[in-house]
Design a protein around this ligand. Structure first.
Ligand SMILES: [Zn+2]
Length: 264
């Protein structure tokens, strides 16, 4: 039965303060306790192993930016690897991107390795700006044009990764197979919770030259040869040798090549 009592909104604490305010003058009121600081839980290895690319991406970004973590990659390293990851995703659908998108991918990859093609970079940024405007209108575009627009936006993400790891823009990576995305994230970042130690003694002149050649020319078929060179240099790490000899696809930003070349 309705008794006419209307419950006022607010927590017990605010109700108590309202009552106290009526009883006592303002200067006698005790200071309210400071609000409890809620710290977001840190990502764990389970997040990395969950098989969801967006969770894995958030995981590396949090590890690189949260002041409570100690991570072997710096924020600029992670930005560079994110660019290369998006480029590698675009390369899995290399039949669909426009010519400008292909040029942007080549420019981003070259720049990630220290290239200074300023004119090409300006062109890539202009392309990224146009691609991001196009993706907002994609649902009004003819259906057959949508994959191209989405892939262009994916490439735009590679160009714009420098905008900061806090960028909320979520590129439409869903055009790329989820298993491929997970494999590429593992290829580029390794396991961030269990980074493989690469000893400087293994980076002989042969190993470094070979690594440079593979990275620059995308000559990933030479990875087993690199494995042989590493063994000659005394490498006995099962994780390193397995990465060289396994038949899976490699990409620019490969964690092993980066570690041997000192790129992060
Ligand atoms: Zn690799």
């Amino acid at each position: 039965m309705f008794t006419g009592h209307v419950r006022r909104s607010g927590s017990l604490r605010s109700v108590w303060h309202r009552r106290e305010r009526k009883r006592r003058p303002a200067h006698e009121l005790p200071l309210p306790p400071p609000p409890a600081v809620r710290l977001r839980p840190l990502p764990t290895e389970l997040h990395w192993l969950c098989g969801c690319p967006s969770t894995m991406l958030r995981c590396v970004v949090r590890l690189a930016t949260d002041p409570r973590t100690v991570f072997h990659l710096t924020p600029p390293d992670v930005e560079r690897k994110l660019r290369l990851y998006y480029c590698a995703c675009a390369r899995t659908r290399w039949d669909a991107p426009s010519d400008d998108a292909r040029h942007a991918v080549a420019t981003v990859e070259c720049r990630a390795d220290g290239g200074t093609d300023r004119e090409g970079w300006v062109r890539a940024r202009r392309f990224a700006h146009a691609a991001l405007q196009a993706v907002t209108r994609v649902w009004w575009a003819p259906e057959e044009q949508r994959p191209t627009v989405f892939l262009d936006a994916l490439v735009a993400a590679a160009v714009r990764a420098h905008r900061g790891l806090g960028d909320r823009f979520a590129p439409p990576v869903y055009l790329v197979n989820t298993a491929d995305q997970v494999a590429l994230l593992n290829e580029v970042f390794g396991n961030p919770f269990a980074p493989v130690a690469v000893r400087s003694a293994w980076a002989t002149r042969t190993v470094v030259d070979l690594s440079q050649l593979i990275a620059t020319d995308r000559a990933f078929e030479l990875m087993p040869v690199l494995g042989d060179a590493l063994q000659d240099a005394g490498c006995d790490s099962a994780a390193v040798l397995d990465h060289c000899y396994r038949p899976a696809a490699h990409a620019r930003g490969c964690w092993l090549l980066d570690a041997l070349l000192g790129d992060g």
